[in-house]
Write a protein that binds this ligand. Structure first.
Ligand code: HEM
Length: 415
């Protein structure tokens, strides 16, 4: 690999995650440095290569010679420290099925196909009136407030309520679901401690227990909801096992939760930082769908994802060995000037749809249409309700969880 053109030492390990304050404050500066240097950057501390260029990242996500299964990687790899494999040891094989996003073919193809039948664009579009209603209720609960934490009072609770509604779970379960979901996300922190791991395991078991009970109830008395649709899919030729349904439900709840919260939080923050863009959006609300894609590109909620090389190969001309872990830095790819001119400029009229915020290839986000719809409806309603919306009296704080980029607190003045 070529020598660094600059004197500043390159970051590695925890310093290349949101746990590090410098990286957290400005990941683009670090990614720009790595992207300019070479196609692959070896992060020796975490035993992985970072892919920061757009076209290389897209290729890695689309090619079957790169697996999502951490068990294919070297024993001390970064991927093995993360999510699914982190849950498994404490839960036991009979209660754990890897989520869709960590399955290769043929299991991935079979489950994804069945799931796509239940999670159709029509089913998502049919959610519009329910999402609008839930949004109105959430806004009504803010009546009389002059300053709020946008995450706590709006962007945090909404995605849980919406996916729970789609699954046919009662609103009363939402607080538990959100709490468990946040605990399970800690599996994406490679530096998590034993207490966090134990809370993660308990939360996973509690959430799976709720889904197991709901599954039994829907089998007895089906309804018009996603869990009933999954039960119906069990009756087809390529049936889903109970454990596969439970794992899917858990993943939908966890994957569709903080990511969508962060789309709204990061998106609103970008608008407040660029008042001329907010004004433009107020004047032309029809720009909202396009603006949501620019928000996803500009401040990407899921900043990275992992793959393992199943054969010796090359990425961007650089050699990769069998078993090597690659981190595709989606946030870095989305700021590659080779794909997006003036990448650090936030421009809601840009055509940003080629961004990698939802991934690409076989694992591309199953919930993307839902996330986009939620982003559009919830942000539009909030902006329209508060014409003099502006930054709050205390500065926002970013969350420290690696992998997912968003705000812990985003204070905003409403009136
Ligand atoms: C703005 C919000 C969201 C973002 C940024 C996002 C991002 C992503 C990304 C990048 C992937 C691919 C990961 C990889 O290739 O390794 C993915 C996969 C997935 N997402 Fe999303 N997601 C969002 C919302 C949702 C929602 C709302 C749901 C469902 C309710 C969902 C369900 C899934 C599922 C099931 C997968 C796995 C698909 C597969 O492996 O075939 N996501 N998401």
């Amino acid at each position: 690999m070529a020598a660094a053109p600059d004197a500043e030492p390159l970051r590695e390990g925890v310093a290349l995650t949101a746990r590090d304050p410098v990286f957290r404050a400005d990941p683009d500066a670090c990614y720009d440095q790595l992207r300019a240097r070479a196609a692959l950057y070896r992060d020796a501390a975490y035993g992985r290569y970072l892919v920061t260029r757009y076209e290389d990242g897209r290729q890695v996500l689309r090619q079957r010679e790169f697996s999502v299964d951490a068990r294919q990687s070297h024993p001390d790899s970064y991927l093995r420290r993360l999510a699914g494999t982190g849950v498994a040891p404490g839960v036991g094989a009979s209660a754990y099925e890897p989520p869709l996003v960590l399955l290769d073919d043929p299991a991935h193809r079979r489950i994804r196909l069945l799931m796509s039948k239940a999670f159709t664009p029509r089913a998502v579009a049919a959610m519009r009136p329910r999402i609008e209603l839930i949004t109105r209720q959430q806004l009504a609960a803010l009546e009389g407030a002059s300053e709020i934490d946008f995450i706590e009072r709006y962007a945090g609770p909404l995605p849980t309520r919406i996916i729970a509604e789609m699954m046919g779970l009662p609103a009363a379960d939402c607080a538990d679901l959100k709490r468990w979901s946040d605990a399970i996300l800690q599996g994406y922190d490679p530096a998590r401690d034993a207490a966090t791991q134990s809370l993660l395991r308990d939360s996973y078991l509690a959430m799976s227990g709720l889904f197991r009970d709901t599954l039994t109830a829907r089998r007895r008395a089906p309804r018009e909801d996603l869990i009933s649709a999954m039960v119906r899919a069990q009756e087809s030729r390529d049936r889903l096992s109970d454990l596969e349904i439970i794992s899917l439900c858990t993943q939908l709840l966890v994957a569709g939760n903080v990511t969508t919260t962060d789309l709204m939080g990061n998106g609103l923050h970008a608008l407040l930082q660029h008042p001329e863009q907010l004004l433009k959006l107020r004047a032309r609300p029809a720009l909202m769908a396009q603006a949501v894609d620019e928000m996803l590109r500009y401040d990407c909620p899921l900043t990275e994802t992992g793959r393992v090389a199943l054969t010796a190969t090359r990425v961007g001309g650089c050699p990769v060995a069998h078993g090597d872990t690659l981190t595709v830095a989606l946030a870095a790819a989305n700021h590659d000037a080779a794909q997006f001119p003036q990448p650090h400029v936030f421009d809601i009229e840009r055509d940003a749809t080629a961004h990698l915020a939802f991934g690409s290839g076989p694992h591309v986000c199953l919930g993307a249409p839902l996330a986009r719809l939620e982003g559009e409806i919830c942000l539009q309603a909030f902006i329209a309700r508060y014409p003099s919306l502006r930054a709050g009296s205390v500065p926002p704080t970013r969350r420290e969880l690696p992998f997912f980029r968003g705000f812990a607190r985003l204070p905003v003045r409403l009136v």
